[in-house]
Design a protein around this ligand. Structure first.
Ligand SMILES: Cc1ncc(C[n+]2csc(CCOP(=O)(O)OP(=O)(O)O)c2C)c(N)n1
Length: 636
């Protein structure tokens, strides 16, 4: 039972609290977040850091009339707890539960659905224009982290915000961290603003420059003042934002509600763009998360007392096999360069950084730039390997077509978190990559059935003179033994695992093992189906397809991706292009709809791409064919 939190049904209740009650509320919110996330998993550190900021915002601004737009949206658990979702909070990230991100369908307080970084400033500016056009008066506040501020789209928005000079409030929530410590020149600049050194440096610099000028005549004095003015501007805190036309205020303690409220109340009177620089601590209030904010960024369930994560099985994750293999291969090839876009832990490339710091680059939340940077590396004769989550690779689609594909460059893209993902919901599903890459020329697309095959794929990919993508899920492997040596896989050659009688299953990546299990179960039921590990999504194994066409009556394709434009459609198209209508192609995958939030097991089951779903589909195909034959035999 929480003394204060249990009475909070809306921000109006928070506005009535006194200083002590507010402090108590902040601590109860933290306790509730730690309790729930320790069971469900979720974004812990950012939420522990944004508690006071959330309370101050909802007290100063008249939400929901005033609009709060949370960038990424992974830091809004405190916001959810005080905007009417307290009782549902334990369902967060679960199937049929509340979302871990802002969701307009859930609450009028959630203004913009987010999940990908750096979108809030652009959307906020659009809402400002709409407000002004309609003669409305409310405030529009975009809350963006220091990591997300480095994303290209955020900088494009700042460019237009400064230009249009409309009334908009930007709250920069600076905790010096992206998921890992923030990187890049902008991050250094924010550090500089925080450090207070600017003041000393300004004075010193002005003094030294002025001293250099001989003090003769009025003109020289004027010149000295002029230089002083310019230098001051150059060194004054926030002058980067000021020069863009955005008023800078800060840095301000993001854990002091009173101080923040005072500032917010003041900036509400501003008639032009303002940026309030708030400084927070990621993981605040829970020691393990304060010490390891990166590991608790998107946390697995953990033991509250020890701060230790609850492990599943002992097999390594695909991400770590990808990274370990790359490290092994980089030993004998100095040209191999590893690139991540702000996900060193998630992609496992942090290990590469430790081994080869000079050949590792974290480009920040900048997937477009990361891919284009790889283009330059490849043009310069190096072998870039960039690992991105499937959902974030969407950001770099133009670079993939316009540069990687059209110049046919040898770049390896590790597509991590491919397929349905647990917990994060619609914004993070990695289900589109097969379809959107399938249509791009020159790209070789692979998907391993297990961790050993992933090793061989990384090895094979680095031998190609073309772009190669390797998609793998967020999962641990099957415990298949890994090796120190690797085998090259012939491009476009599938693995025929098992022959069948009437039909054969062509499975992709993480669907191969469920297909094998399904085939075994079907065998017990007297149904013999073949299974192929379609380890190349592109190019197809045309030779094998031609043989299958001769020997089988039907094919069932299975993939952890959307059906339209997916692997199944490629197989179907292959036969149609060859004017072959003898064999029937059935497909399992996702329809064109927004997948619900849930764990992968639930999603796979829901859409029938797990073992049971494959068994049922095969039985359905066979029954349908039997019915057809019976119908044909009926006397007319
Ligand atoms: C386009 C995109 N790339 C990567 C991510 C993964 N991601 C989620 S939060 C985050 C860090 C954001 O840092 P910051 O904005 O400073 O917020 P903090 O986590 O520090 O609170 C990253 C990289 C994402 N959500 N969107």
């Amino acid at each position: 039972m929480y003394e204060i939190l249990n009475k909070i049904n809306s921000p109006a209740d928070v506005r009535k609290l006194n200083e002590n009650e507010l402090k108590k509320l902040a601590s109860e919110i933290r306790e509730e977040i730690i309790n729930v996330v320790s069971k469900t998993g979720g974004h812990l550190s950012s939420n522990l850091g944004s508690v006071e900021l959330t309370l101050a915002l909802h007290r100063s601004f008249n939400t929901p009339e005033d609009k709060l737009l949370w960038d990424v949206g992974h830091q809004i658990y405190p916001h959810k707890l005080i905007t009417g979702r307290r009782e549902l909070f334990h369902t967060i990230r679960q199937y049929k539960g509340i979302s871990g991100f802002p969701n307009r369908d859930e609450s009028e307080y959630d203004v913009l659905n987010t999940g990908h970084a750096s979108t809030a400033l652009s959307a906020a500016l659009g809402m400002v224009i709409a407000r002004d056009q309609k003669g409305e008066k409310h405030h529009v506040v975009a809350i963006v982290g220091d990591g997300s501020l480095t994303g290209g789209i955020a900088l494009e928005a700042l460019n237009q915000i400064g230009h249009l000079k409309r009334r908009i409030i930007i709250v920069l929530n600076d905790n010096k961290m992206s998921i890992s410590p923030n990187v890049g020149a902008i991050s250094k600049y924010l550090d500089y603003l925080q450090s207070g050194q600017f003041y000393v440096k300004t004075k010193e610099m002005i003094r030294s420059v002025v001293e250099l000028i001989p003090a003769v005549g009025k003109k020289m004095v004027e010149l000295a003042h002029d230089i002083e003015d310019k230098l001051k501007k150059l060194m004054v805190p926030g002058s980067f934002f000021e020069e863009l036309g955005i008023r800078y205020i800060g840095p301000i303690n993001g854990h002091n509600i009173e101080e923040m409220e005072e500032v917010f109340d003041r900036v509400k009177k501003c008639t032009r763009p303002v940026l309030v620089h708030i400084v927070t601590e990621k993981g605040k209030g829970y020691k393990p998360a304060e010490e390891k904010a990166n590991w608790f960024h998107s946390s697995a369930p953990f033991d509250i007392k020890t701060g230790k994560f609850k492990k599943k099985n002992g097999a390594p994750s695909y991400s770590s096999v990808f990274s370990d293999t790359l490290i092994q291969l980089a030993k004998n090839d100095e040209k191999v360069i590893a690139i991540t876009a702000a996900m060193p832990e998630g992609t496992g490339l942090i290990k590469f950084k430790e081994k080869y710091p000079d050949r590792y680059f974290d480009v920040g939340i900048a997937e477009q730039h990361g891919v284009e940077f790889s283009v330059g590396l490849a043009l310069g004769g190096l072998r870039p390997v960039i690992a991105l989550y499937s959902t974030f690779l969407q950001r770099a689609y133009d670079q993939i077509i316009h540069d990687v594909s059209l110049m046919d460059l040898p770049i390896v893209i590790g597509i991590d978190r491919a397929g349905a993902v647990s917990g994060d919901g619609p914004t993070h599903q990695g289900i589109y990559d097969i379809s959107y890459l399938n249509i791009v020329p020159n790209i070789i697309m692979m998907a391993p059935k297990d961790e050993r095959e992933l090793q061989n794929m990384v090895f094979t990919a680095l031998k190609q003179e073309h772009p190669v993508t390797i998609r793998y899920p967020r999962a641990q492997g099957y415990g298949v033994p890994l090796k120190e040596t690797f085998e090259e896989i012939p491009i476009g050659k599938w693995e025929l695992i098992k022959e069948g009688k009437d039909g054969i299953i062509l499975a992709v990546g993480n669907r191969v093992y469920p297909a094998m299990e399904a085939a075994l179960e079907l065998k017990d039921a007297g149904i013999e189906v073949g299974v192929v590990n379609s380890r190349f999504i592109k190019p197809l194994d045309k030779e094998l397809l031609k043989r299958i066409e001769k020997e089988y009556k039907w094919i069932l394709t299975v993939e952890d991706g959307v059906l339209k434009g997916g692997f199944g459609t490629s197989v179907d198209l292959f036969f149609r292009e060859n004017k072959s209508f003898k064999i029937k192609v059935y497909s399992l995958g996702y329809p064109e709809e927004i997948l619900p939030q849930g764990d992968t097991k639930t999603i796979h089951k829901l859409y029938g791409i797990d073992k049971d779903g494959i068994v049922n589909k095969v039985k359905g195909i066979i029954n349908k064919r039997k019915r057809k034959i019976r119908d044909l035999l009926k006397p007319s």
